[in-house]
Design a protein around this ligand. Structure first.
Ligand code: SF4
Length: 348
């Protein structure tokens, strides 16, 4: 059986330096390697032309330099591209690149499937297979940066398949490599972790000192309704969630974003609005409204444009920073809650 090598993208730059710095390999060679891996986004050792052959041979013998493998892709009419990626063990995940005039955002996955079973989410229907490694998350980012050239990636959201805080240690290490000036040198200000609301992990994250913006998939501010949509609310109530968010805000200068999927005849009534305003009113936050995207097999209905406008206007009356996320990638199953291996023409 072939020996399984550790993937180089799973190490921090400090760890790589500790592993490679020997009498034969000088510090400037390590810096050159970082430049290839994290600035030039080159993972082919043969192309790392300024590294000596002997060093490259040693690296190839010891480490795996592979990135997740694209086995299919589909482009939306709005130019979003959804990629189906195969991992080293044959498991599959999805990532989405979403370009607009001003920015290009990568939505990456943190798990194969997800155990949280939110009723509106296609990924939740898959159940959890396993966590992604740090190398598999960094791999998606490097792959996206490579694919985009000469354009640059401007924003990263951990909002694909999986609950990032259920993969906490690997997530934190990924964020460290991402922000590291010798690593991918990507601003925490442009990095967002989206969670279903795992209150104790939000607290732990705030205490860790690792920086990233936080998005909370809220979707209802009434306990019963949120429990119906998101079983995680049975474990961590809205009150516990709010307390954890306040803790995060005490340690971070960034506003939190509340994602609110608008579902017709479910969470768009007057009492829903009142509860949303009460829950968010005293927090430093933005509210992102997302009209429900149809998902095959799920019974929820999309609201009309008129209903969406009415809800939005009502919130804006209380001066909240409200944004509306258009259903980017809706026609390719790449919009919020839709990532579940759908819509590829030739499935890998
Ligand atoms: S919305 Fe997020 S946390 Fe909930 S099931 Fe889907 S992927 Fe998991």
């Amino acid at each position: 059986m072939a020996e399984i090598k550790d993937n180089i993208y799973g190490y921090t730059t400090t760890e790589i330096a500790e592993l490679l710095l020997t009498g034969d390999v000088k510090k400037y060679r390590i810096d050159q390697l970082f430049d290839w891996l994290f600035q030039k986004h080159e993972n082919n050792l043969d192309d790392m032309s300024n590294l000596p052959k002997s060093f490259r041979t040693k690296l190839a013998e010891t480490y795996d330099f592979s990135l997740p493998h694209i086995i299919n892709q589909v482009e939306s009419s709005d130019k979003s591209i959804k990629y189906l990626l195969e991992l080293v063990d044959g498991e599959k995940i999805e990532m989405v690149l979403m370009p607009t005039d001003r920015k290009t955002t990568l939505c990456l996955s943190s798990q194969v499937g997800c155990s949280r079973n939110c009723t509106f989410c296609a990924t939740g229907k898959l159940g959890l297979t396993r966590n992604l490694t740090t190398a598999e998350m960094i791999g998606q980012i490097v792959l996206a940066m490579k694919l985009l050239k000469p354009e640059v990636l401007t924003n990263i959201v951990f909002m694909g398949m999986g609950e990032p805080f259920d993969n906490y240690d690997n997530l934190v290490k990924t964020l460290q490599i991402l922000a590291d000036t010798d690593g991918l040198c990507f601003s925490p200000r442009r990095t967002t972790v989206s969670t279903s609301g795992i209150a104790p992990m939000i607290r732990q994250f705030a205490d860790s000192g690792v920086k990233a913006k936080l998005a909370i998939s809220l979707n209802a501010a009434i306990e019963d309704k949120r429990c119906e949509l998101m079983p995680v609310n049975k474990l961590y109530s809205l009150q516990q969630l709010k307390s954890a968010i306040s803790h995060y805000l005490a340690y971070n200068k960034y506003k939190v974003t509340f994602e609110y999927v608008l579902i017709k005849d479910f969470n768009m009534g007057k009492e829903d609005l009142k509860a949303l305003i009460k829950f968010t009113g005293d927090l430093s936050c933005k509210i992102n409204l997302i009209p429900w995207n149809r998902v095959e097999g799920l019974d929820y209905q999309s609201p009309t444009q008129e209903e969406v406008d009415e809800f939005r206007t009502a919130i804006m009356r209380v001066n909240k920073a409200v944004t509306m996320r258009q259903s980017r990638g809706d026609d390719i199953g790449a919009a919020c809650g839709q990532l579940a291996y759908q819509n590829y023409i030739n499935k890998g």
